[in-house]
Design a binder for this molecule. Sequence first.
Ligand SMILES: Nc1ncnc2c1ncn2[C@@H]1O[C@H](COP(=O)(O)OP(=O)(O)O)[C@@H](O)[C@H]1O
Ligand SMILES: [Mg+2]
Length: 378
Amino acid sequence: MTEESPRIAGSRPRVAILFGGRSSEHAVSCVTAAGVMGAIDKTKYEVIPIGIAKSGQWVLASGDTSQWSLSSAALPEVAPSGKTVTLAEVGGEHQLIVTEPNAVPQELGSVDVVFPLLHGPWGEDGTIQGLLELSDTRYVGAGVLASAVGMDKHFMKVVFESAGLSVGPYIAVTDRDWLTDAEAVRKRVDKLGFPVFVKPARAGSSMGISKVDSMEELDAAVEEARRHDLKLVIEAGIVGREIECAVLQGRGTDTPRVSMPGEIAVAAGEHQFYDFAAKYVEDGAAALSCPADMPDEAIARVRELAAVAFDAVGAEGLSRVDFFYTPAGELVINEINTMPGFTPKSMYPQMWAASGLAYGELIDELIHLALTRKTGLR
Ligand SMILES: Nc1ncnc2c1ncn2[C@@H]1O[C@H](COP(=O)(O)OP(=O)(O)O)[C@@H](O)[C@H]1O
Ligand SMILES: [Mg+2]
């Protein structure tokens, strides 16, 4: 366990950008990587782009950002390769090694810090963080437990409730619950009252989520969510504005820094809620604004609650905390995202930009936090 990365003071730290990944948010992650690779200060950091194919294979990826942007006709995707990249400790340093069948392994050099730009399961859920911890490698963002809690829409609510945050009515439904007694699940849903939101417990980008207005629609929504995760969360629909805050870990022992809140307003009529198409596909389907037009007192409260949520799950680095702001003025927490959308146009960087921290500076600060953080139990 070392205090400081040995390379910080010397040559440019080598930053491995990890993107793609095995989740259904693969393409979104590629777009994020394009944003970060385009903005990172290359005079200060040496960037090594590592793509993770949908199969899970790590490959040396192109640093050409145009290849990973959304402008191309097809969604960007990391292609598998005959050459596999692995991270291993060699001679006390964290080396990237390229292996291919019947060839001598080739060293790509050492890595000072990994920036996992991965969304969803096998990236934002503690698994990659565990792998990096095992090899004693520094990385940006939340650790193992915080990532796992932030990924699971059931356990995050348990943690939020115990921290005193207001959580809407919900039930958690396991595979066993649904397969052995679907009728009991239907009764519990009936008590929540319609509409309900049926969600895979561990997914993201609104994948697998349906708004359900009556019992007749429930089974289809459950089956759709189960395609993503066999564990589900079913929530009572909350009427309220969608308000979010960007949280950035403080330096040293400082408390978390919280941006001004932003608001997502989904164009009425077109979308039932903030679904995948409204998030990524259709330009203009959702309007992001920051700062959100709220009374000063509510702004202060939402910022305070965002910091509570960040600390409640034990987050580090960055998180976006999302709330519903009800007509009665209540702030009901929806979720925390420990690796939120991070393209220059995404809400998280936009909220920081509106709060005085530009995209490039934000990337620099996150890498600084990771380089100066001890490795060890997290
Ligand atoms: N309980 C709820 N009441 C009202 N709208 C909801 C509720 N849960 C989710 N939504 C809508 O669905 C969107 C996606 O849900 P969310 O839980 O944030 O999933 P994801 O992790 O995929 O972003 C939200 O941004 C919101 O528009
Ligand atoms: Mg969300």
